[in-house]
Design a protein around this ligand. Structure first.
Ligand code: ATP
Ligand code: MG
Length: 218
């Protein structure tokens, strides 16, 4: 069987312990050989001013340096233009022809999947791993017609009676993962910096130091 690689795309503005703890957990649960963190150059869904891609990449690098299973990839940055996941997965298939690609995303992002470029092709091109996220319910997936599962099974995930649900529909494969809530978001971290509050214990010290040194989010 081919080895599995997890891919975690994001803005990482900045990377935090929510991303890292979730990726580590998924690595164990799904027996992933590695998780590739892929910072977006220009995310299609976000407009805010942000540190350069090189700085966001550097923060990811600092955050993962002590984890042998984590790697960072600059393919979206090198490709240039708007960072579409469908292009990234195509490129990763070319780079890793023998690997079984698993794209990891939070439930908040996945609920908008139909707004992603070529989303139907994308869904067929790799396994999707969808992580629980605070303030989102798996039950809301019932409105997506390609998810054909019983509402009560989604409810069981929301109520923490189940940890995992694998959905197969033709050549679409989605794994829903109920992980512990890490109530951390980059938005909250940026807001804290802006209002002069501490961000200690929300992200690795090396990233916190970089944010202070570069005066980001002030
Ligand atoms: P922002 O607040 O700017 O949207 P974010 O914290 O959501 O930032 P992103 O860079 O947007 O971070 O996240 C990349 C991916 O990681 C997304 O699919 C997102 O849903 C997921 N993710 C982020 N934080 C968590 C978390 N605490 N638990 C689970 N998934 C998360
Ligand atoms: Mg987000």
């Amino acid at each position: 069987m081919s080895q599995r690689i997890g891919i975690l795309g994001g803005t990482f503005n900045p990377i935090h312990f929510g991303h890292l703890a979730a990726a580590e957990d998924v690595c164990d649960r799904l027996n992933l050989e590695q998780v590739l963190f892929v910072p977006a150059l220009l995310p299609p869904h976000k407009q805010e001013n942000m540190p350069s891609a090189a700085d966001r990449l550097e923060m990811v690098r600092r955050a993962i340096h002590n984890n042998a299973r984590f790697q960072v990839s600059d393919i979206e940055i090198k490709r240039g233009g708007i960072s579409y996941t469908v292009d990234t997965i195509d490129e990763l298939h070319r780079l890793y022809p023998d690997k079984d690609l698993h794209f990891i995303t939070g439930l908040d992002s996945f609920l908008d999947i139909r707004t992603w470029r070529e989303w139907q092709k994308l869904l067929r091109s790799c396994t999707f791993v969808v992580l629980s996220r605070e303030s989102c319910r798996f039950q809301d997936l019932a409105k997506l017609d390609f998810i054909q599962v019983k509402g009560q099974d989604l409810e069981a995930l929301d109520e923490r009676r189940h940890e995992q649900l694998a959905i197969t529909n033709g050549n679409i494969r989605i794994i829903l993962e109920r992980i512990p809530f890490y109530e951390i978001s980059s938005t909250d971290i940026r807001n804290r910096v802006k209002s002069g509050k501490s961000i200690k214990y929300l992200l690795p010290e090396a990233v916190e130091g970089y944010i202070i040194e570069k005066k980001f989010y002030g």
